[in-house]
Design a protein around this ligand. Structure first.
Ligand code: HEC
Ligand code: HEC
Ligand code: HEC
Ligand code: HEC
Ligand code: HEC
Ligand code: HEC
Ligand code: HEC
Ligand code: HEC
Ligand code: HEC
Ligand code: HEC
Length: 324
């Protein structure tokens, strides 16, 4: 079915006041102009016309969330246009298929400007999780919605993603993080128990680096609630940020720690913190033991935590030194 009205090629969002004004302007310009429609104005030709030439693409598209929503249960005229709700009106493209300026495409080779591509998606998906997309790291790095999403085929179970899972989608560009999740101690991500979006919002966030909540600790304690407190005796670095001692993705030290104990503690607490006397001598370290020394019990196992076991804070009335 041919839409009765025309519009300038790829105008701003439907529904916005600006969009409406552009639309009215374009219609007016056409009424004033005598003869054939202006060269730059394309009209909607309906999905049947597209499918005539793009049958293969349509076969894959039919299984997707968008196809089902737009065909079975369209909420407005925009959604009823199916293909053209994303690709823009296609009358000119159907006549001159080689001209790459005549249809919005989301592939790299076609060359539609990125802003125009993203606007096509944004016009229906603004706000919500995407509130901080403008100015986000990913937007600044010239990512398009189509770098992570492929609405043309049902590749993933949820989210219309470009890869079968969220993690694979992210790891195509973040191989370093893939390595981190393979370290000896790691969050159970590759095991399928969580995904990058449990902690990050890839669409942008007010908290660096793209964190889902307002601080590192809120992210972590959303699952590790017992570390949130309130506690009678807090350990200052825990309250400040879990990252003082843990790496977020993985580590070759125990329990995702950023370094081995006792060094971890000694970064902040020098050996003379107030323990009576010498805490341990150089020849009592685990390393010195390899060349004949006798390791101090205080440096092996959980080291400082052999005594200060409540490292995240204590609720015991006598737990001020985090011992109980
Ligand atoms: C007369 C046949 C014909 C019709 C009708 C037609 N197309 Fe095309 N389309 C083509 C051809 C041919 C190409 C160019 C393919 C190429 O050069 O890779 C193309 C390219 C495209 C591309 C860019 C593909 C890419 O590789 O990035 C998109 C998107 C597209 N068409 C969408 C549509 C939509 C949406 C409609 C309906 C409004 C439509 N087409 C109608 C024949 C047609
Ligand atoms: C929800 C938005 C949306 C809808 C609806 C949609 N497309 Fe697409 N289309 C895309 C995106 C995004 C891509 C780029 C996919 C990629 O990265 O390969 C694309 C790619 C294409 C291509 C390029 C070849 C390819 O498969 O990568 C063609 C041709 C195409 N679409 C035609 C159509 C036709 C025909 C319809 C209707 C039956 C349609 N599209 C519906 C968003 C959409
Ligand atoms: C005309 C409006 C419209 C446009 C344009 C549009 N979408 Fe959607 N999108 C929808 C609707 C409707 C749904 C179904 C779910 C819902 O009700 O929100 C949806 C769902 C989604 C989902 C969730 C899918 C799932 O499996 O849960 C993603 C991701 C998405 N769209 C991405 C995109 C991307 C990327 C583009 C641009 C290429 C795009 N959309 C363009 C209307 C639109
Ligand atoms: C860096 C990768 C990435 C980019 C870029 C990206 N997304 Fe997403 N998007 C995701 C992931 C991952 C999900 C979560 C999927 C799930 O939960 O299954 C998602 C979910 C969604 C959803 C459904 C859930 C929700 O948040 O409402 C929509 C709609 C969506 N994205 C739209 C967009 C649009 C529009 C753009 C472009 C402005 C975009 N996305 C860019 C990765 C991305
Ligand atoms: C198409 C490539 C691409 C994909 C896919 C991608 N990213 Fe990114 N991401 C980048 C680039 C480029 C940067 C900026 C450079 C950097 O920090 O590596 C970045 C940066 C980041 C940052 C750091 C932000 C900051 O403030 O420093 C996080 C976190 C991130 N991405 C998470 C994700 C998540 C989660 C996903 C999957 C949903 C994802 N990325 C998918 C390309 C991508
Ligand atoms: C358990 C929560 C969590 C998960 C899951 C997670 N991240 Fe992170 N990520 C963080 C935190 C917290 C930071 C900030 C670290 C800091 O501030 O030093 C971060 C930092 C980053 C950075 C910035 C550079 C860096 O390494 O510090 C990138 C890029 C990144 N994450 C990508 C990813 C990707 C890709 C995935 C999925 C494969 C992922 N993250 C999964 C919590 C997580
Ligand atoms: C989505 C939920 C979730 C979030 C968010 C989360 N974790 Fe975890 N964490 C887990 C699960 C599940 C395990 C594995 C527990 C197990 O195997 O018994 C785990 C394990 C751990 C471990 C123990 C690892 C080991 O080797 O035994 C540490 C330490 C940890 N998380 C710290 C953090 C930190 C720091 C953050 C914030 C950056 C965080 N977690 C965010 C779910 C989460
Ligand atoms: C001062 C350093 C330090 C800070 C800061 C810290 N942790 Fe830990 N965390 C440790 C140490 C050391 C262990 C190993 C405990 C053991 O071996 O029994 C550990 C173990 C864990 C474990 C696994 C064992 C358990 O107790 O459940 C989780 C989960 C965990 N931390 C979460 C967090 C969260 C969440 C935060 C931020 C709120 C945080 N940690 C901040 C030092 C720290
Ligand atoms: C990032 C720095 C940092 C790290 C790492 C750190 N701490 Fe602390 N710790 C502090 C600060 C700051 C205080 C509060 C000191 C104060 O209130 O005077 C503190 C307090 C303590 C206290 C209570 C002492 C008191 O005077 O109240 C003990 C015990 C303690 N830490 C043990 C440890 C142990 C054991 C480790 C290693 C698992 C560790 N800390 C790692 C910074 C750190
Ligand atoms: C053998 C048990 C034991 C081990 C191991 C141990 N501590 Fe202690 N630590 C104590 C006791 C007991 C106190 C309390 C002294 C007091 O109340 O006056 C204490 C007090 C502290 C204090 C508070 C000092 C002050 O001035 O109030 C800090 C900080 C501390 N330890 C850090 C560490 C660090 C760091 C390590 C590892 C390098 C460690 N401890 C290993 C038993 C131990």
């Amino acid at each position: 079915m041919v839409m009765k009205w025309t519009r300038a090629f790829a105008p701003p969002a439907f529904g916005s006041v600006r969009g409406l004004r552009v639309l009215l302007g374009a219609a007016l310009a056409l009424l004033v102009a005598t003869g054939a429609p202006a060269q730059t104005a394309a009209t909607f030709i309906g999905e049947k016309a597209c499918i005539d030439c793009h049958g293969q693409e349509n076969r894959h598209f039919t299984d997707t969330v968008h196809a089902k929503a737009f065909r079975a249960n369209p909420r407005n005229d925009r959604e009823r246009q199916v293909c053209e709700s994303c690709h823009g009106p296609g009358s000119l493209h159907a006549k001159k298929t080689a001209d790459r300026t005549l249809i919005i495409s989301f592939t790299k080779k076609w060359g539609t400007p990125l802003a125009q591509q993203n606007e096509a998606c944004h016009s229906c998906h603004q706000g919500g999780n995407r509130l901080h997309w403008p100015g986000s790291v990913h937007a600044g790095q010239q990512l398009g919605c189509a770098d992570c999403h492929n609405p043309m085929a049902r590749v993933s179970f949820t989210g219309s993603l470009a890869k079968p899972t969220i993690n694979e989608t992210c790891m195509t560009c973040h191989p370093q993080q893939r390595n981190e999740f393979s370290k000896r101690s790691h969050m159970p991500l590759l095991e399928g128990k969580m995904s990058c979006v449990d902690c990050h919002n890839p669409h942008g966030s007010a908290t660096k680096p793209l964190l889902k909540a307002e601080s590192v600790n809120t992210v972590c304690t959303s699952c590790h609630a017992e570390k949130r407190g309130p506690l009678l005796w807090e350990h200052a670095p825990v309250r400040e940020s879990c990252m003082n001692c843990h790496s977020p993705h993985g580590s070759n030290h125990d329990k995702l720690l950023v370094s081995a104990r006792p060094q971890l503690c000694q970064q902040c607490h020098s050996p003379s913190v107030g323990h009576p006397g010498q805490f341990f001598r150089a020849d009592q370290t685990a390393a010195a033991a390899l060349v004949g020394g006798v390791p101090s019990q205080r440096t092996i196992g959980r080291s400082c935590q052999n005594c200060h076991s409540m490292i995240h804070g204590s609720n015991h009335p006598a737990g001020a030194r985090l011992q109980r």
